[in-house]
Design a protein around this ligand. Sequence first.
Ligand SMILES: Nc1ncnc2c1ncn2[C@@H]1O[C@H](COP(=O)(O)OP(=O)(O)OP(=O)(O)O)[C@@H](O)[C@H]1O
Length: 293
Amino acid sequence: MEASNLVLVATDLKKYYQSVKAVDGVSVELRKGEVISILGPNGAGKTTTVEMLEGLRKPDSGQIVYFGSYEKTVDEVKERIGVCLQENFFFEDLTVLETLRLYASFYQKNLDIDEIVETFQLGEKLKTKIRHLSGGQKQRLAVALAFINDPDIVFLDEPTVGLDPQARRHLWDVILKYKDAGKSIILTTHYMDEAHQLSDRVYIMDHGKIIAHGTPQELITSSNLNSVIEFPKQYADKVNIQELIISGEYAYVTVNDPIPVIEKLLSANVRNFVLRHPTLEDVFLKLTGRKID
Ligand SMILES: Nc1ncnc2c1ncn2[C@@H]1O[C@H](COP(=O)(O)OP(=O)(O)OP(=O)(O)O)[C@@H](O)[C@H]1O
């Protein structure tokens, strides 16, 4: 990949709050036409990292280079950046159309509003005031607004929270459409399937540091997890299995050879287990020892 394709390079970013090392030496690269995800449990430092990349928070140290130019500050590139924050505030008495036009007026360059309306399926709500939108409709509008200035880099912090499964899938298609059009997208998400489906590369964060990164498949392969065996946690005490992880209602074990574990389960009369391929979620669980939510 040519260096000129790098639209953002962040090196050794740090942000400390008294004793809390919120971000402790994070480096991230983003290329043109790429979707990357930053995954991590609550408090890992994802939002602080992304807010520094967006120019909303000043790093204590480290460097961020936009569009290959050391001279460009975030203020100079903000026309080329789109942001959907985790919590968005709107003027409740404006309609959807008025809101789109207002945000468009903040920038020199815009995507066509009709195209945005169609892409984000907002047509039926154009004359509806924000206060009368459902949570999911507001969320779709918030993501739409991140694209209004036809940005080259788009930050989407938990963009599908509050959406029903159909709307979530639709938004995935929209994100991939914009990626294919050459936009570069940084996603933070709690949904592992979303990260896997959308991301070219994933950064896994914990305690302010990147603890692993790569394509979803590279992360799965490099974790040396061949098989996952999963069963209800109430059986965990019945079987002596090393490296068992209890999370939620289930006990998990990731192994290269599943046969000895299955034999143990069967001899303890545990039959309602599932054997499956590992997912990004299992990698995450192995690395951090806990589930993301
Ligand atoms: N303004 C602040 N003052 C003090 N501590 C802060 C501040 N902002 C964040 N932190 C702390 O920094 C750490 C990282 O927070 P951050 O919000 O970046 O994590 P996160 O990974 O985005 O979490 P979540 O998934 O819950 O949004 C947390 O321990 C948080 O309490």
